[in-house]
Design a protein around this ligand. Structure first.
Ligand code: ATP
Ligand code: MG
Length: 266
């Protein structure tokens, strides 16, 4: 059996080969020792690890394993998952919205990191928690999908009152930018959470589209666990990316790209 593991800042992603195909699993980083125990109990397994916490994982392993740089594992995994989706792209951007966000330009077998932002999945959970007290990702995402950003985000049209704006009035001029002093006690969790997701989605898509200027392609492939079950984040990212002239693609099982890349490198 071949096993690829991507131990990230928040989640450990596992991809392993079985006769029936590739199997996937994910665990909170706090359970990294459990993942190590599982690997230690495997017979005749080839293992390759990647990600920022791969050193921690290795320290719990009984035998030596392969290791690869996260960006290279992600490139390999994305390429593989694209083929699984029946696509044959060979130039695109990859935006990985993990705990933080990292943007890469891929052309054939070359990858270059174009940049990133500290606004990512960690921001989504952290800000949501500070604003609402919630801790569970699935619950945050579920409530956010029922909320409106109308009373919190300031749109261009709000500034250009009674005047035609030079850009779409529907664009966000300032996330959390409305005069909130008078309504702060009155805002629902749903509204606050929807606005947090708007902030994260608009930031990662805006800088991705800007980065696309430095890449041959304008297809942006979005991956990372922040999109799991998170149709609101996908909607925000998709519409902003299209609005700014690029083509978004959400990769099936994209959050496992690094783990898949580590696995197929064996
Ligand atoms: P990095 O690549 O930045 O080191 P990572 O690889 O751990 O981090 P991902 O697993 O791609 O990052 O994404 C982590 C984000 O996914 C979290 O910040 C959170 O927003 C979201 N997420 C999805 N499911 C969960 C979950 N069950 N528990 C916690 N966060 C989750
Ligand atoms: Mg990661």
């Amino acid at each position: 059996m071949r096993v690829g593991i991507d131990a990230g800042g928040t989640l450990v992603k596992v991809a392993y080969s079985e006769d029936s195909g590739i199997r996937f699993a994910k665990y909170p980083i706090a359970e990294i020792e459990r993942v190590a125990e599982w690997i230690n109990g495997l017979k005749d397994a080839e293992v390759c690890v990647t990600g920022g916490k791969s050193g921690v994982l290795k320290s719990f392993l009984a035998e030596s394993v392969g290791e690869m740089v996260e960006f290279e594992a992600t490139r390999l995994g994305v390429q593989f998952l694209l083929v699984q989706m029946g696509r044959s792209d060979d130039a695109y951007l990859v935006t990985n919205v993990g705990t933080g966000t990292s943007i890469h330009c891929i052309q054939g077998n070359m990858q270059e990191r174009l940049g990133g932002t500290g606004i990512g999945g960690g921001t989504l959970i952290g800000l949501s928690h500070l604003l609402t007290g919630l801790t569970d990702f699935d619950e945050i995402v579920r409530l956010a999908s029922q909320g409106s950003r109308e009373r919190i985000d300031l749109k261009v049209k709000h500034i250009y009152e009674g005047k035609e704006p030079p850009i779409s009035g529907e664009l966000t001029a300032s996330n959390f930018g409305q005069n909130l002093f008078s309504v702060s006690g009155d805002l629902s969790k749903e509204e606050l959470l929807a606005t947090v997701i708007g902030l994260v989605g608009e930031t990662v898509s805006t800088i991705s589209v800007q980065a696309a200027r430095h890449c041959r392609s304008s297809t942006i492939i979005y991956i990372g666990s922040s999109f799991i079950g998170n149709s609101l984040l996908k909607e925000v990212v998709e519409s902003y990316t299209i609005l700014r002239g690029s083509t978004p693609l959400f990769l099936e099982n994209g959050e496992f790209s690094g783990a898949v890349g580590a696995m197929i490198s064996l």
